[in-house]
Design a binder for this molecule. Structure first.
Ligand code: CTP
Length: 402
């Protein structure tokens, strides 16, 4: 997977920098084209000569070469990279990356990089667990950067704990897996529904629900990152996709969502229905605000909305994969399996409102995936971004079976 990939390897000033020589060697052996950038302090731990010899390219450390005045463009490097890896990443560099302190070539290139970024922290255990380091690491994660967790073991201080840079072999493995996944949905067209629907009562009121859209947007982003062409048909939410290639179609009501889904579905290989579609809409929509004292009403007559998933299920062609969600409060598995059959789904993702941290408006979710043969996989409670990865791994497996 690394053959021909352009890797910018950022090395910072920590004792683990000695392992960078092996990392460069392994990357080059795997066929990658490696450009090393060192912070000035990193040169105290390992020489540029070692790294330029192993990578076959002059190491970059300053913004320009002193004797020739040659300018090193961090922008060009940022564009050249298929991935940027910072290993070892010291607490100081992590803090600079998290806060945009661009006072060296490494952080400047990081800020210009369009490619995915992998960060392998290495530091003493107390620095590693300091709230400031933990906050900076979670900031990097929130930017979509991948953290290669440090291992536990004996540290340079001879203390034992978490802080050892992950072994070069495992860093290469993490990159390899990433590139494998990145290509796993290439050529697939994926439809995702997300968010709530709003069913109008009058110009200022609607029937809706608490869905934030986070799960659907995370799936759309993850599918786009894996190379899929994604159309995201979304009810009203306050978030946007992080992947620029996701095409968003905004709708309000279930009927509008159905119309857009029917337009997109025939060309899609996969449809993932995460939207919390309102099951009912008012029979009549008042074109004027309903006034309490004059036009006031005692009740709202409702009519059943179309079932979008079931409609697509009835039109499913050979080779198309249809995935549904079930948000349940009781009798979860049976309800999910009943929906799987009724809507002609290939798998259903179940989340229970009884589990703390799962369901609406949370950043985490705990799911089970159920299949038509009654098999089931249960997953741990995790951030929705990671749940999206699990769901797309399962979808990718279904694609392989087809
Ligand atoms: N769904 C849909 N259109 C609807 C209702 C639901 O496409 N009108 C989809 C959801 O996006 C989800 C799945 O069907 O993927 C199950 O949704 P859920 O609300 O759990 O089920 P319902 O069919 O509405 O059943 P109930 O309200 O009885 O739980």
């Amino acid at each position: 997977m690394l053959k021909g990939k352009h890797i910018v390897l950022g090395i910072t000033g920590g004792i683990a920098a000695y392992k960078s020589a092996s990392l460069v060697r392994l990357l080059v052996k795997a066929g990658a084209d490696v450009q090393v950038i060192m912070t000035p302090n990193a040169k105290e731990f390992i020489t540029p000569l070692t790294l330029s010899t192993l990578s076959g390219k002059p190491v970059i450390s300053e913004f320009f070469t002193a004797n020739t005045g040659e300018w090193h463009s961090h922008v060009d490097l940022g564009l050249w990279a298929d991935a940027m890896v910072v290993a070892p990443a010291t607490a100081s560099t992590i803090a600079k990356m998290a806060n945009g302190v661009a006072d060296n070539m490494l952080v400047t290139t990081y800020l210009s990089a369009k490619a995915p970024v992998f960060v392998a922290p290495a530091m003493d255990l107390d620095m590693m667990r300091h709230p400031s380091t933990l906050r900076n690491i979670s900031l990097l994660q929130s930017y979509g950067n991948h953290i290669i967790e440090p291992a536990e073991g004996e540290l340079a201080s001879h203390l034992v704990g978490k802080g050892r840079m992950e072994e070069p072999e495992n860093i290469v493995k993490a990159l390899d897996t990433f590139f494998e996944k990145e290509l796993s949905l290439k050529g697939k067209k994926i439809l995702v529904t997300a968010g709530p629907t709003y069913e109008k009562i009058d110009p200022v009121r609607f029937i809706g629900n608490y869905s934030s859209g986070k799960m659907g947007y995370a799936i759309a982003d993850c599918a786009a990152a894996r190379g899929a062409e994604v159309v995201l048909i979304s009810g009203p939410v306050s978030i946007i996709p992080t992947q620029p290639s996701v095409r968003v179609v905004k709708v309000e009501s279930a009927k509008e969502m159905l119309a857009e889904c029917e337009r997109a579905y025939p060309d899609c290989n996969i449809a993932i229905m995460t939207a919390a579609v309102a099951d009912y809409a008012p029979t009549e929509v008042s074109d004027k605000k309903i006034k309490r004292e004059t036009t006031g009403i005692d009740s709202i007559a409702l009519i059943k909305n179309p079932d979008i998933a079931a409609t697509l299920g009835s039109k499913k062609k050979d080779g198309q994969i249809l995935v549904g969600f079930a948000l349940e409060t009781d009798n979860e598995i049976n309800n999910a399996l009943e929906k799987l059959g009724r809507k002609n789904l290939d798998m259903i993702v179940l989340n229970s409102l009884r589990v703390a941290g799962a369901g609406f408006r949370t950043d985490t979710n705990k799911i089970s995936i159920c299949y038509p043969d009654n098999t089931r996989t249960d997953y741990d409670l995790k951030p929705k971004t990671e749940v999206a990865e699990d769901i797309l791994d399962a979808v990718t497996e279904l694609c392989k079976k087809d």
